[in-house]
Write a protein that binds this ligand. Structure first.
Ligand code: ZN
Length: 438
């Protein structure tokens, strides 16, 4: 794959070196943007009143996400009627058939941003879903793929290497234009980064450099020169896309899937939330965001697609299967989103609706306390715990889990604590306890 894909930029360069070039988009003169790290960017939204008071009850809005959901990410390149490079091309008919297969298999196509929101625990996604991505910025993606995606109502992501856009040093007649990208942006298409010149990013590899005037040389860069080049590829690409299109770029597809820890670090520091390779695998809740595998779909390997569709839902990778139960079904006390006026609440849930509970499998976790010794009454299905050490935060998350018919079931809920009303001060300003992730 690496070798086959490696010829792509070269082909572009060879095929279209005769094309008329527009002046390159001006390099940014602004200082490096201090993009927030993913953690900072997503830390908001947690409940938490400022100064404690009766009227400042926290609003608990964090949803319970299905951590057993799985997603396939597909990567396509060029759509052409006559396949000449089967490694990166597919016919429009084959592409359309695959999009239909997803629908037929009950796999929902979701946006990349929804996938990432789910991984942050902010949004639910269907149990079986797919994300469709297109690499390298070919005009057939605009002219052929996009109308089809519209017909299906599918969102998708474009991974663009900036010098490959028409007018760039590697952007020929088959390349997408900035105007086409702006049109896609205006219609909700997600546009993300795929470096500046589409090369192996690891130090020690031959690097193609385009000198002013278009002359290309191959050279091995090391030390500070390599670092400077790497910054342009990883950070410069993001800045250019963001400035040229007025968007936020948080995803980075690594050319050929070739990178190492240093490249990852540079990308993380640049504010990328997720990095993508071409080693396809079902994405689970616990898949590391710095190496999310995509299935590269090629004309001569239709089985890759078929196998990926078969994989989803049957893969045991990642989180163990847990059935989430809505807290409202358990008549929890305190209820999800309620605020209590004591730092020593009685916590209760009723598991009778869940099914037959295996004795001894009932467990309760309380944020700030960990696993607590619960009482469980098998007759009524009630699990309860009287808190004996004051809860110190102004919100508290409870996780109750049990085994039922061989399956783990779990419920999460969060309530607020306003103990000041009862005269028992809590730590203030308290840090709200986020719903813990497994
Ligand atoms: Zn590529």
């Amino acid at each position: 794959m690496t070798i086959r894909l490696a010829i792509l930029p070269l082909l572009l360069a060879l095929n279209f070196s005769m094309c008329k070039r527009n002046p390159s988009p001006t390099a940014s003169s602004e200082p490096a943007t201090s993009s927030p790290t993913p953690a900072e960017a997503t830390a908001g939204g947690s409940p938490g009143p400022g100064v404690a008071g009766a009227a400042s009850a926290p609003k608990i809005t964090k949803p319970v996400v299905d951590q057993t959901a799985q997603t396939l990410i597909f990567c396509y390149h060029r759509l052409v009627d006559k396949i000449r490079y089967p490694g990166t091309e597919i016919t429009p008919a084959a592409f359309e058939a695959e999009m239909k297969q997803l629908k037929d298999a009950g796999i929902t196509v979701i946006s990349m941003q929804d996938l990432l929101a789910w991984k942050r625990g902010e949004k639910n996604i269907p149990p079986r879903s797919a994300v469709v991505t297109f690499d390298d910025g070919w005009k057939s993606q605009y002219e052929v793929a996009w109308p089809m995606m519209k017909k299906f109502g599918y969102p998708f992501t474009m991974f663009i290497y900036t010098e490959g856009v028409r007018g760039g040093s590697l952007g020929g007649g088959e390349a997408i234009t900035w105007e086409q990208l702006a049109d896609m942006r205006d219609n909700g298409v997600d546009i993300q980064a795929h470096t500046a010149t589409h090369q192996d990013l690891r130090e020690g590899h031959n690097i193609m450099l385009a000198a002013p005037g278009g002359k290309r040389t191959k050279t091995k860069l090391t030390g500070p020169q390599y670092e400077e080049w790497l910054q342009k590829e990883v950070v410069g690409c993001k800045q250019l896309l963001e400035q040229r299109l007025g968007i936020k770029v948080n995803c980075f597809a690594v050319p050929f899937g070739s990178y190492n820890e240093h490249v990852k670090e540079i990308a993380r520091n640049a504010g990328y939330e997720a990095m993508f390779t071409v080693y396809g695998q079902p994405i689970t809740f616990t898949s590391p965001n710095d190496s999310l595998g995509r299935y590269a779909i090629e004309a001569n390997k239709p089985k890759v697609f078929v196998d990926a569709v078969k994989m989803i839902g049957t893969s045991s990778a990642g989180a163990t299967a847990v059935a989430e139960v809505g807290a409202t079904n358990l008549s929890t006390q305190p209820a999800d989103g309620d605020t209590v006026r004591t730092a020593l609440p009685l916590i209760k849930a009723n598991l009778s609706g869940v099914g037959a509970i295996e004795p001894g499998s009932v467990q309760m976790r309380v944020s700030g306390l960990g696993v607590v010794p619960v009482s469980y009454d098998p007759k009524t299905g009630t699990v309860s715990y009287q808190v004996t050490q004051k809860l110190r935060e102004n919100s508290c998350t409870v996780i109750v889990s049990a085994k039922s018919e061989g399956k783990k079931v779990e419920a999460h809920w969060t309530f607020g604590i306003d103990a000041t009303a009862a005269g028992a001060p809590v730590a203030a300003p308290a840090k709200p306890a986020p719903t813990p992730k497994k």
